[in-house]
Design a protein around this ligand. Structure first.
Ligand SMILES: *Cc1c(COP(=O)(O)O)cnc(C)c1O
Length: 573
């Protein structure tokens, strides 16, 4: 162990981090994953610091009117209840002017007391212009100009603030998604200075930066990748900086994924299939896979925490022990599940007056309301669904999820689901957040997932469900390609991705038929007529999937494969 490494630090940069259910600093899966990563890093004693933006007005608070139309409000929250302001100020040059930045610190404390500090960057300072004061207000808000300014704050401001706070010893920078890519440029600039260079970055500087950076990509489709028109980039970054990243332009846009790919020695996708798909998008770059996970203690419902404490006493420290869930008596699994289910049923009835019944098969679907997630797939053929309910037994459906304010197709989808209430047992819960996710993922009997393949990079809510013994019925995409064993950990919709035709409409009809068949022939008979068989599947969801799809395993893979921190003194003693 060398002196340098005994203090080796990983700086984790992410535009959103779900630190606490009461801090609206995240929008969905990406932020929750970032939070779970930091919680597991704290548990494992990894020397890490997190960097993100403060998001004073959050993502947004979702209201649904009586017809199921979404409207958005800024989230009001008391920043100083959750974080403390730091002294140092730095400035970032944006459009040729200095924007001043400070940070607020929030501590995440692990199982054994190790803490990971997270710095939330804030431009709401009196020395800034009124507009600049709003840059760190709204996650994914405004137009692309606003978003690029936010990315300047994250990359350049984050880098400068860590230095100002005295972190001179960063061993690895982890870029969580392309939003953090300007960090690469900040590192290049720190190495070569701000003298004009005719756009040349010496190869040894690129090598030195690459050695320090790890990049995780989260989107399997080119349209989902963060990019900005070149003119806009010139305006915001200035021409000197823009010249340095000329090689990262693609079709008239500065492509943040390309910038992060070029600046990182280790790149990974977030599930096995996603790594393969990403590699085919960017054939010049080796892309590894490190499959996502969830933080076990955060996502196990109180009744399951209690059950695991009694039967698997090491589970909080060692999530491999979840493998031994196969030895927990079925009646106890069922009792813990009934507790979690009752908590959900009560909440659904309180919020929506849907009249849910705890003995009825309850299927949950909660995700970002956007076209590719296909939240309305289960209503593709309402007649068929009605017949199925008549013959195989009742089902109640609970939904949740926000549409991005500018995603009209997503808003239409929420409205359509909401309007099924008249004819079927359907509830749509407003303002999906971590608190609601805890109730939903644990409290339903089956977790439904219907993305249009190959659009789901990983998905994590099904992992939260598995942590509570809840099996998934899902299209074979994202993590389910790895987590699915038919009739053992849950069920697939369709056999193989390729088996369902290619135009999206054909695939939708094909997947809908496959879903109805699977519900009718497998899921419903199992739930209503073979309770013991159903409980066996619940056990395997925990033992096979809970034991693997957790962030303790995932952070271990980052330590060994990406950060190369293993063998060094990760406790920083
Ligand atoms: C876990 C979680 C998500 C991500 O779910 P996916 O399965 O990736 O769609 C989104 N939002 C919230 C609030 C979550 O807790």
């Amino acid at each position: 162990m060398t002196q340098q490494n005994s203090h080796a630090l990983v700086a984790y940069f992410s535009m959103e981090i779900g630190l606490n259910p009461l801090m609206p600093t995240y929008s969905g899966g990406l932020g929750v994953l970032a939070g779970d990563t930091i919680r597991s890093a704290a548990d494992l004693g990894v020397p890490m610091v997190g960097v993100t933006l403060l998001h004073r007005r959050g993502y947004f608070y979702q209201r649904l009117d009586q017809k199921g139309w979404q409207s958005e409000e800024p989230v009001a929250w008391a920043v100083n209840d959750f974080a403390e302001p730091m002294e140092p100020r730095v400035s970032v040059e944006i459009e040729g002017r200095a924007v001043h930045v400070r940070a607020w610190r929030h501590h995440v404390t692990g199982m054994s007391g190790h803490t990971v500090p997270v710095y939330l960057l804030d431009t709401d300072l009196p020395e800034n212009s009124p507009w600049d004061r709003t840059i760190t207000d709204t996650l994914y808000g405004g137009d692309s100009h606003y978003r690029l300014c936010q990315e300047m704050i994250l990359g350049f401001g984050g880098f400068a603030l860590l230095r100002a706070l005295g972190y001179g010893n960063i061993f690895r920078y982890h870029l969580n998604e392309g939003h953090a890519a300007l960090l690469v440029l900040a590192l290049i600039e720190a190495a070569i200075g701000t003298e004009p260079r005719n756009g040349e970055v010496p190869p040894e500087v690129i090598e030195q930066v690459r050695e320090q950076c790890v990049f995780t990509t989260h989107t399997p489709v080119p349209a989902g990748h963060d990019q900005f028109p070149v003119e806009l980039a010139h305006r915001v970054l200035g021409s000197r900086r823009c010249e340095l990243v000329q090689a990262c332009q693609h079709q008239g846009a500065l492509n943040m994924t390309l910038l992060a790919l070029r600046g990182s020695r280790f790149v990974n996708g977030v599930a096995m299939r996603h790594g393969e798909v990403s590699h085919s998008l960017y054939p010049g770059y080796p892309i590894h896979s490190i499959t996502n996970g969830v933080h076990a203690v955060t996502w196990a419902a109180p009744s399951f925490q209690n059950l695991y404490d009694r039967h698997l006493p090491d589970w909080r420290y060692d999530q491999l022990s979840l493998r031994y869930a196969i030895s927990i008596p079925g009646a106890e699994i069922w009792r813990a599940h009934q507790d979690a289910k009752l908590a959900l049923v009560d909440e659904v009835n309180r919020q929506t007056n849907a009249g849910f019944d705890r003995d009825v098969l309850t299927i949950g679907f909660a995700r970002r309301a956007t076209a590719y997630k296909r939240g309305t797939l289960v209503f593709h053929d309402v007649e068929r669904l009605r017949r199925l309910l008549k013959e195989a037994g009742p089902i109640q459906f609970v939904f949740a999820g926000k549409a991005h304010p500018q995603d009209q197709a997503g808003k239409d989808m929420i409205h359509r689901i909401h309007s099924m209430r008249g004819q079927l047992s359907v509830a749509y819960l407003a303002n999906y957040d971590m608190m609601l996710a805890r109730l939903l993922c644990a409290g339903v009997d089956v977790w439904l997932n219907t993305p249009l393949p190959p659009m789901e990079a990983s998905g994590t809510s099904g992992m939260k469900a598995a942590m509570n013994g809840v099996p998934s019925v899902s299209v074979l995409d994202g993590w389910w390609v790895e987590g699915h064993i038919e009739g053992v950990t849950g069920w697939s919709i369709g056999e193989k991705i390729e088996a369902c035709g290619s135009p999206a409409e054909d695939m939708e009809a094909c997947h809908a038929r496959a879903l109805y068949d699977k519900l009718e022939q497998r899921v419903m008979p199992c739930f209503y007529k073979d309770r013991e068989g159903f409980i066996e599947i619940m056990k395997h969801a925990i033992a096979v999937n809970g034991a693997f799809f957790n962030t303790q395993r995932m952070v271990g893979q980052y330590l060994r494969n990406a950060y190369r921190l293993v063998g060094q003194d990760v406790n920083g003693a």
